[in-house]
Design a protein around this ligand. Structure first.
Ligand SMILES: Nc1ncnc2c1ncn2[C@@H]1O[C@H](COP(=O)(O)OP(=O)(O)OP(=O)(O)O)[C@@H](O)[C@H]1O
Length: 272
């Protein structure tokens, strides 16, 4: 099996959980060498799509082509080979509290290779250096800030030099400075690994404008937009404009009368 580029092409993808269809015919491309942002309202299926790209959920219909291969039609050996070329940054960094940063970051190498520990430590040091944490190799996760833990999670995601890097809400829970640093790091990943597909699930519009080359917007289980950032910004589509301008949907607020007796009872309690 040989792949020269790791473009991802999603073709008429239907997927979800048991009888619940969440993705209803998604089409889109996530090109290698670019940062693609998957955007959409809460519950629209962004994480579900990520699970399909990771191979954790099988499509109900349609396919995901990775580097020209139909991912879910591959035999187990080839499927695993592609899976090993994916790195994931989870929302909370997902570090194990009982291991040092170095051991956490080196874990995929210890599990999947027979490299000597000294070599693993050198690779880990290099990767921690890329996220500005080389001096913290022997620290435990609880000795670090939330932003540092996320950066360490990124170091672990790239420790096996993945061709596809998937990041689930990398800036969520970070203050503006740490969020800007994470954006900067993702841009530097693109420079360091020019053929890597970087796929980011995000709600963060500031990040979107700073780092996205390509955007896939999901609405009602389908791709409302897939293309470059400029095209999204100039789109006249009402949903896309609403999304980019953070305009709320009108929320129905039926008035529910409390009733005089409950109001009086409450007032009574408040006076005590
Ligand atoms: N394990 C599961 N079993 C059944 N339904 C699920 C499961 N995980 C998610 N769902 C449902 O699938 C739909 C899409 O969820 P998903 O987490 O993919 O959305 P999302 O766009 O990532 O949301 P958010 O931005 O809020 O994280 C939701 O209706 C959710 O309730």
């Amino acid at each position: 099996m040989s792949t020269t580029t790791w473009d991802i092409e999603i073709q008429d993808l239907w997927g979800g959980y048991n009888d619940t269809k969440v993705l209803k015919g998604i089409n889109g491309e996530l090109p290698a060498g670019k940062i693609s942002i998957i955007l959409g309202g809460s519950g629209c299926g962004k994480s579900t799509l990520l699970r399909h790209i990771l191979g954790l959920n099988r499509p109900m219909q349609g396919s995901i082509q990775i580097g020209g291969y139909d991912f879910f039609a591959l035999d187990t050996k080839q499927f695993r080979k592609i899976r090993r070329r994916m790195g994931v940054l989870f929302q909370d960094g997902a570090l194990l509290g009982s291991l040092t940063l170095g051991q956490n970051v080196g874990l995929p190498l210890s599990e999947h290779t027979k490299l000597p520990q000294a070599t693993i430590r050198k690779i880990v040091l290099h990767k921690l250096g890329l996220v500005g944490l080389a001096d913290y190799i022997d620290y435990y996760p609880n000795e670090l800030s939330g932003g540092m833990r996320k950066r360490a999670g990124l170091a672990r995601a790239i420790v096996m030099d993945p061709q596809i890097l998937l990041c689930d809400e990398p800036t969520s829970g970070l203050d503006p400075i740490n969020a800007a640093e994470m954006d900067q790091l993702l841009l530097s990943m693109k420079e360091h690994f020019p053929s890597m597909s970087i796929i980011v699930v995000s709600h963060d519009l500031e990040s979107l404008h700073k780092i996205a080359d390509n955007v896939l917007v999901i609405n009602q289980g389908q791709a409302a937009y897939c293309g470059n950032l400029e095209g999204l910004q100039s789109s006249k589509d009402p949903y896309l404009r609403q999304l980019l301008r953070r305009q709320p949907n009108s929320i129905k607020q039926p008035s529910i009368d409390l009733g005089a007796d409950i109001k009086a009872e409450l007032a009574n309690w408040l006076e005590k």
